[in-house]
Ligand binder design. Structure first.
Ligand SMILES: [Zn+2]
Length: 455
């Protein structure tokens, strides 16, 4: 069955323009002029609403199997669909078992069956002592691996030091798969935390938490990762860069041709430390949200192409684990819930920074579509509107104004620092491989999401 999706504002390779997307089955067959619509096809005319590619979020924590009371495939993929995101790539640590061998990946695949409203993929885990398991895991079609250089929060997902990183990078050499790294080292965090506690710091204050995870934890980690990326030529990807102090060395390494890519997250661009209330542990994430000046520097780097992409690092937990009553930053679980909000939040921020609709949509399409798809081994298949790509669409009204309320959140626990945010731009509909999955806060049909493996 062929269908046509048309609007006066379609995000194509040539930018935002009037166009008609011809879809055969689950894929885009061709892109025609806006008025070039054959009579035989079903026509979906979205008038002036923007047609974006379904977005790709390469950094989410779905927590299934094993911690489904934290989140799960059903709620996470509904949240994604509500925000125009049609591909999630799940992190390997919060599920039980952790995704550190083939059997664990198979358990995740079984757990996902019949629950997913959008497509998904899984990062494999690199932990202390599992380097022998990596080649078999790499052969399953996963897009790459994730590791920590500091305690992950999950005891079963052990962090790796330089010798362990070297073992893993040697095993992955030539596989062409990226190693994603949580780039904070423990030393500066332990020293700062001990000094704060010795001085009797008040752990309800955000400034205490911020001081406990200094920039140096990130810059030391990233300096080591640059050296390793150059030595092993295995692509390294820095997840959730929060410290702008690492930007000069990353820019220099990239100029030299080092295979290192960088993401930052929506929360580091939207919030600033100065605005975070004491005790408001729904803002806790690691690395922490830093100053307004730091956020501005991340924005500049993103706009100059020194940061490649933007993810959410959606990382929920049961609300009790945020320990909101005590409000102690050292005792609360770290992780921000935001899945489904990234597109309107980023568009609202871009508009404030002076972007018009065409520029803003192109940037979002690159940072949250094409670049994230490339990292996940899905170039040309997800995150773009082009012949051969999956017919995944986010239908977006950039002019709608709304305020985030619990009924807009489709992830399991409705605790988020974005509650009450006044946003511009709203996802009207989401389509997955040629079929509508979301419209006006409703989910349509059955969960059809599938795992997307690397080809
Ligand atoms: Zn994460």
């Amino acid at each position: 069955m062929s269908q046509v999706f048309k609007s006066t504002r379609v995000l194509t390779a040539e930018g935002l323009r009037p166009a008609a997307l011809f879809v055969d089955g689950e894929r885009i067959a061709r892109i025609q002029n806006w008025d070039d619509v054959s009579a035989a096809a079903t026509v979906h005319d979205f008038a002036d609403a923007v047609i974006l590619p379904g977005l790709v979020d390469s950094h989410v924590h779905i927590n299934e199997p094993g911690r489904t009371e934290w989140e799960g495939f059903s709620t996470a993929t509904q949240a994604a669909a509500s925000g125009g995101v049609t591909t999630l790539v799940d992190m390997p640590l919060n599920c039980i078992p952790e995704t550190t061998d083939v059997a664990a990946l198979e358990a995740k695949r079984v757990a996902a069956q019949g629950k997913c409203w959008v497509d998904w993929a899984a990062w494999g885990g690199v932990v202390r002592g599992n380097s022998e398991a990596l080649p078999a895991l790499a052969a399953t079609g996963i897009p790459g691996f994730k590791c920590f250089m500091i305690h992950s929060g999950i005891d079963g997902f052990a962090w790796v030091d330089e010798p362990e990183l070297r073992l893993a990078l040697a095993k992955l050499r030539g596989a062409g798969l990226p190693l994603l790294v949580h780039a904070e080292v423990a030393g500066p965090v332990i020293n700062a935390t001990d000094a704060l506690s010795a001085a009797g710091a008040d752990w309800r204050r955000y400034s205490t938490y911020l001081a406990s995870r200094p920039d140096e934890a990130e810059t030391e980690a990233i300096a080591l990762l640059i050296r390793l990326a150059e030595e092993f030529e295995t692509p390294i990807h820095i997840v959730h860069l929060a410290s702008a102090k690492a930007l000069p060395m990353l820019a220099e390494a990239r100029r030299r041709g080092t295979r290192i890519t960088v993401e930052t997250c929506v929360q580091y661009l939207w919030f600033a430390a100065e605005e975070i209330p004491d005790g408001a542990t729904e803002f806790k994430c690691a690395p922490p949200i830093r100053s307004k000046g730091n956020s501005d520097a991340l924005w500049n780097a993103l706009e100059e192409g020194q940061i490649d992409m933007v993810t959410t690092d959606h990382s929920p937990c049961p609300p009790a684990m945020k320990r909101r009553e005590e409000g102690r930053w050292d005792q609360a679980w770290g992780g921000i819930s935001s899945l489904g909000l990234a597109l309107p939040v980023m568009w609202t921020a871009l508009e404030r920074r002076g972007s018009n609709v065409p520029e803003g949509m192109e940037r979002i399409g690159s940072w949250m579509g094409a670049k994230a798809a490339q990292l996940a081994g899905l170039s040309g298949r997800k995150g773009v509107l082009a012949p051969g790509a999956d017919a995944d669409f986010a239908i977006f009204d950039p002019d709608a104004a709304w305020t985030v309320a619990p009924e807009h959140l489709h992830f399991r626990h409705k605790l988020s620092p974005y509650l009450g945010a006044a946003l511009h731009g709203r996802v009207l509909q989401t389509w997955l491989r040629g079929e509508q999955v979301f419209s006006a806060e409703n989910f349509i049909g059955q969960p059809r999401g599938k795992e997307k493996v690397r080809r």
